[in-house]
Write a protein that binds this ligand. Structure first.
Ligand code: SF4
Length: 440
């Protein structure tokens, strides 16, 4: 693996780069390679690509912005019309249907154009495939008694599979001294409010239950819900962090027992607190460790380091497997943030070595970490920067898959079907590589 300095040119996406990666990384499907490249570069939607597409689901900004550009600077209608995800297929690589989260970037080499009325994704002038936008669920037509819109209270992502409940849209880790350096949750809240959009800071269980009642009655696609939001350090609405987050699964499972699989994305809690969530009906726990390297964790997650600390965090992740079962503990890390400026590793090789060590540590215990591809968002501590080369993501997927196969682990539950052409997890390609047999 070469030094990043010598691979700067590989930051630029073009057909030659994709073909080089396809030749070099044969254990992962081309769909995963293209998906990671689109995720790292974002998409520039031309206004024509929004025309005559029917009632598709636009970005609900379900937690972070996941855009390379501030909302106020997104031109051409992308601020309100960009779809939540795209599903591309065909094109130069004859891709199987591949679901990819939208990250707006007017400077991206990936352009969504319209060809005879059909949105088509281009890399320079090469077609990467025709695109579909996710259908807007029929129940999005309702409004709650409190006047809230379903897409604000309980949006769906992953092509309708996951109901995403960000119940607290801020984080009490606040400012550069405490916020995770890649995270724009607080900034995104401000920019959504600044744009005059309805964007509820703390969600009411009644609103959520009302929207879920429509989903229960009308929807067969959603299979999972996620409860998440920012960290609570003191209290919120007079509740501790555990009690605040606990009220949601308790209310949901009481009204709709086991109707969907319940997931929790939250801080790493002690076992007794994990047990409360398990008792409430939560099946999958995501105590995200974000970055494996101890020194980088301190720099990149300063609030988590100060309030909980790296060793305690990792210990709690491992302990939580005794409550949920190891296959149901799926901690996330932010893929690529270990290469960020100014603190990150200077080479892809060092980054992969460190991150793979963490993967082996957890997977040897039956815990399967997943990752989201880091999006360098403008208002974060790390700010806008080039991000890792595609080579990093190819190495990461190759390493993730090989360690996953070494321990003969089951497909992580709550993500739908794995494999190219089937995966719906849209913010990284980890589900796209599972079960792929490789190519000669
Ligand atoms: S804990 Fe970190 S990643 Fe999570 S919401 Fe707060 S700042 Fe963002």
């Amino acid at each position: 693996m070469a030094k990043i300095e010598s691979t700067q040119i590989r930051q630029v996406s073009n057909l030659a780069l994709l073909e080089e990666m396809e030749r070099k990384y044969k254990s992962i499907p081309i769909e995963a390679i293209v998906k990671q490249d689109i995720l790292r570069q974002g998409i520039h939607f031309l206004p024509e690509s929004f025309l005559n597409q029917g009632d598709y689901k636009a970005k609900d900004y379900f937690i972070f912005s996941f855009d390379h550009t501030p909302l106020s600077e997104l031109g051409g209608g992308a601020d309100t019309k960009a779809p939540e995800e795209i599903r591309i297929q065909g094109g130069h690589f004859d891709l199987k249907p591949t679901v990819i989260s939208t990250r707006n970037n007017p400077n991206s080499p990936y352009q969504m154009r319209s060809v005879e009325g059909i949105p088509t994704l281009f890399l320079q002038d090469i077609s990467m495939g025709v695109a579909a936008y996710p259908p807007k669920p029929a129940w999005y037509r309702h409004t709650t008694k409190n006047g809230k819109l379903p897409g604000e209270i309980a949006p769906v992502i992953e092509w309708g599979y996951l109901i995403y409940l960000t119940v607290f849209r801020n984080c009490q880790y606040f400012g550069k001294e405490e916020e995770c350096a890649y995270c724009d949750i607080n900034h995104n809240y401000r920019q959504q409010k600044g744009a005059g959009r309805p964007y509820t800071g703390v969600k009411d269980t009644d609103d959520i239950l009302e929207v879920l009642s429509w989903i229960d009655a009308e929807d067969e696609i959603a299979k999972v819900y996620t409860i998440t939001g920012g960290s609570v350090l003191t209290n919120l609405k007079k509740k501790s962090e555990v009690d605040f987050y606990l009220q949601y699964p308790q209310a949901i499972e009481e009204k709709f027992p086991k109707r969907w699989m319940g997931k929790l994305v939250a801080q790493a809690f002690e076992k007794e607190d994990c047990q409360k969530f398990k008792d409430a009906g939560i099946q999958i726990y995501h105590p995200n460790y974000e970055v494996w390297d101890r020194e980088l964790f301190k720099k990149i997650c300063p609030g988590k380091e100060a309030w909980i600390g790296y060793d305690t965090w990792i210990r709690r992740v491992v302990d939580s497997a005794e409550v949920f079962g190891p296959e149901n503990v799926i901690p996330n890390f932010v893929g690529g943030v270990e290469l960020s400026e100014p603190w990150g590793f200077k080479t892809v090789a060092e980054a992969i070595h460190s991150t793979s060590e963490g993967l082996d540590f957890f997977m040897s215990k039956g815990i399967v970490p997943r990752f989201t591809a880091w999006c360098p968002e403008p208002y974060t501590t790390l700010g806008t920067q080039a991000g890792p080369p595609l080579e990093y993501f190819c190495e990461l997927l190759t390493s993730w898959k090989s360690i996953f196969e070494k321990y003969n682990l089951p497909t992580p539950p709550g993500y739908g079907e794995p494999g190219p052409g089937k995966a719906v997890f849209s913010v990284s390609a980890f589900m796209d590589v599972i079960g792929y047999k490789g190519r000669a």
